[in-house]
Write a protein that binds this ligand. Structure first.
Ligand code: FAD
Length: 365
């Protein structure tokens, strides 16, 4: 395979595809911005590590990705659920790895860019392309197009010690959660809303008040926002283009952990071009079952509300939160039964939001 493969989008999905393809050919990445990670603000994110028996670090290495970015194992934190005492959770394996996102040094985005460049991948910045406009085989990793979840938060500096905290409370983050992560004097706190986006500012204020009471000093605050997109469609092949990452709707529907799916789908798309296998077959085998289960998890999480949040917290307190979550991300007969209901609920919610944003367009899902 010696022809040039075009990749649109230099996010984790597109750059992973480029890194894998470079061992066999000549990937060229088109990025509309002048730098990688431009939609992120130096905030901390979590690379989830519970949905598979294998540690995500091994998966990254096997994909050919070196850890040349901030990558900190997190073994626990404090959970706050309504009408419960703060719950200290701990795990014998990292629940997630803290990474930083954005265009600056030490971020996942900059790390992947540097690896791709050092392998000889061509990245053309300030090139915005429409999928299909190039002709020939392409990988499309252009990120989210609409909002199924909205995130409002701040990055900050603090004297507080390293910490992780999560709030489950519909008053602060409707059907979602709020989080704080502090690492070596730098922090991120944010509320993730899955409905009532109009209440974004109010929720942001409540989240800030809640966490500030628990932080020593917060200074140099910088506000950020973002959104996440999740959907399932029958095929991720359109013409000669393979869709990866959030452009394909690949994301954990329960809590919006999209980086794992971005990396895995970028790798699968590259491998399908290298060895001629069918990309749809690959992602349906490797990713679809977990995304479907996460859609059902979202349906249940939103349906049970505060009662469910307390139940979840109690389960985590029993120990081995990764095992508990892995079980809940595994397909089961009951979850398969609930899938049509969950999918319809997700689509209805999405359509309401599209109307709200005046973005209604059938081909977005
Ligand atoms: C605030 C926030 C917090 C998050 N927290 C977490 C977390 O804790 N854990 C987690 O796993 N996930 C988290 N996510 C989700 C995660 O960041 C995404 O799922 C992941 O970045 C998706 O990667 P991607 O490569 O598909 O898309 P992106 O990272 O969005 O990259 C797409 C790239 O394509 C470029 N592009 C778009 N259109 C074009 C075009 N037409 N031509 C050329 N280039 C184009 C964009 O400029 C961008 O650089 C969070 C997201 C947000 C916004």
């Amino acid at each position: 395979m010696k022809e040039t493969i075009n990749i649109i989008g230099a996010g984790p999905a597109g750059l992973t595809a480029a890194i894998v393809l470079r061992r066999h050919g000549f990937p060229r990445v088109y990025e509309m911005s002048s730098h990688v990670g431009h939609r992120l603000s130096g905030d901390f994110q979590g690379f989830e590590n519970w949905s598979s028996e294998r540690d995500i670090t091994e998966v990254l290495k096997e994909t050919g990705i070196e850890i040349n970015f901030l990558y900190v194992p997190c073994y626990g934190g404090t959970l706050f659920a309504p009408e419960m005492k703060p719950a200290e959770i701990s795990s014998d394996r990292p629940i997630f790895y803290l990474v930083r996102r954005g265009p600056m040094p030490e971020t996942l985005d900059t790390g992947l860019k540097e690896q791709a460049l050092s392998l000889g991948v061509e990245i053309l910045f300030n090139h915005r392309l429409d999928p299909g406009s190039l002709g020939g085989k392409a990988i499309v990793g252009t990120g989210p197009k609409k909002a199924d979840a909205v995130i409002v938060g701040i990055t900050f500096n603090t004297d507080s010690k390293d910490t992780v905290g999560v709030i489950f409370d519909n008053d602060i983050a409707p059907d979602g959660y709020a989080y704080v992560m502090v690492h070596q004097g730098r922090g991120t706190m944010a509320a993730v809303l899955y409905r009532d986006f109009r209440r974004g500012n109010e929720c942001f204020g409540k989240m800030l008040d809640f966490f500030r009471d628990n932080m020593d000093i917060v200074r140099d605050e910088k506000r950020f926002g973002g959104y996440g997109n999740i959907f399932l469609r029958d095929t991720q092949i359109q013409g000669d283009s393979l869709y990866v990452g959030e452009a394909a709707g690949f994301q954990d529907a329960l809590w919006g952990f999209g980086m794992r799916y971005a990396v895995l789908s970028g790798r699968l798309a590259a491998e399908s071009l290298i060895n001629g296998s069918n990309y749809d077959m690959l992602w349906k085998r490797e990713l679809k079952p977990m995304i479907e289960t996460s859609l059902v998890n979202r349906y249940l999480y939103a349906g049970f509300g505060h009662t469910g949040y307390r139940h979840l917290t109690r389960q985590f307190l029993k120990g081995r939160p990764c095992d508990y979550l892995r079980k809940h991300y595994s397909p089961s007969f009951l979850k398969r039964l609930l899938l049509p209901l969950a999918t319809r609920h997700h689509e209805r919610q999405g359509m309401r939001l599209e109307k709200f944003y005046g973005l209604f367009s059938k081909d977005r899902r």
